[in-house]
Design a protein around this ligand. Structure first.
Ligand code: SAM
Length: 281
């Protein structure tokens, strides 16, 4: 295979940068930033600081997924003979950041694609939350308009998973209130300025956190983590009676008791006894 002048194999290198603390740039990521033929970045001023920190003097090219098709096509073309590093303003490229179309097109063109894993605010906040991590859904930024935001929340309200949101200070309180309204009040955390001087994580129910930030929108970068829905409360005697009466109109006692036991998670024998009483009324 043709080798780039830099010593790196030609192809695309997805480079995760720090989310605040420059010390979190991995040695491997720094090496790629020093050796790449070109570094595709969101904002040249932001990335210039990181390149300086890494000891890199490589040229930068601004890149966004909404850049003109020609920009992406030229980068993919260059990857045939050169090494192209992709860097975001913060954290891992492609995570609420540009890159997926570049990776898609690079793969389609048969280029070599390498990732240099590192920090991402979503994962960092999840580890701080103390909420279940076995199943989680990354929601990114919620839509700004109330209707679209509510729809996005309704769509995931029944999911038994922890939810991860990126948020900004001015919208925080309103978003937390919308989450409480559409998801139900749940345990949540607000992590701010992770890995920076004023890092803090606040924990509480969504409604409490919303009230806390209503008059004091926090500064800095924010991730909200929301726990999964709680267990549904056990069905009441009234619920059981109503379900039994309905089932008895269609089914014999034993089958009605079985169906309701399954549906409401109640004891089948107790339901059978109650169904007999209802029959005798
Ligand atoms: N690609 C990045 C990543 O891997 O985390 C995310 C980029 S996204 C455009 C920026 C958002 O990430 C911020 O608005 C904030 O919600 C979150 N974020 C980034 N850095 C953070 C930090 N140090 N502390 C808390 N949240 C952060």
């Amino acid at each position: 295979m043709e080798t780039a002048a830099s010593g790196l194999e030609p192809g695309l290198y997805i480079v995760a940068g720090p989310i605040g603390n420059l010390g979190d740039l991995t040695p491997r990521a720094a090496e790629v930033l020093r050796l790449a033929d070109v570094v595709a970045v969101e904002d040249t001023r932001v990335s210039a600081r990181l390149l300086r920190h890494a000891g890199s003097d490589r040229p930068m090219i601004p890149y966004h997924d909404h850049s003109a098709e020609g920009v992406r096509a030229r980068l993919v073309e260059r990857m045939a003979a050169e090494s192209v590093a992709l860097l975001s303003d913060a954290g891992t490229p492609l995570i609420s950041d540009p890159g997926y179309k570049l990776v898609r097109d690079a793969r389609a063109a048969g280029r070599k694609v390498t990732t240099l894993p590192g920090p991402s605010a979503a994962i960092a906040a999840l580890t701080l939350s103390g909420l279940p991590t076995d199943r989680f859904l990354f929601m990114g930024f919620l839509p700004a308009k109330a209707k679209a935001r509510g729809d996005a929340l309704d769509e995931v309200a029944a999911l038994r998973a922890t939810l991860v949101f990126y948020e900004s200070g001015p919208r925080l309180s309103e978003s937390l209130a919308a989450m409480a309204e559409h998801l139900g009040d749940r345990e949540a955390t607000v992590s701010r300025e992770i890995s920076k001087a004023f890092e803090e994580t606040a924990t509480g129910m969504l409604t409490t956190l919303s009230a806390r930030y209503a008059d004091a929108p926090p500064k800095g970068e924010i991730v909200v983590i929301v726990g999964p829905p709680g267990e549904a409360p056990p069905a009441s005697a009234e619920d059981a009676d109503a379900a039994l009466r309905e089932a008895l109109e269609r089914l014999p006692v034993s089958k009605a008791a079985g169906e309701v036991a399954k549906k409401l998670g109640l004891d089948r024998r107790a339901l059978y006894a109650r169904a007999m009483e209802i029959k005798g009324e």
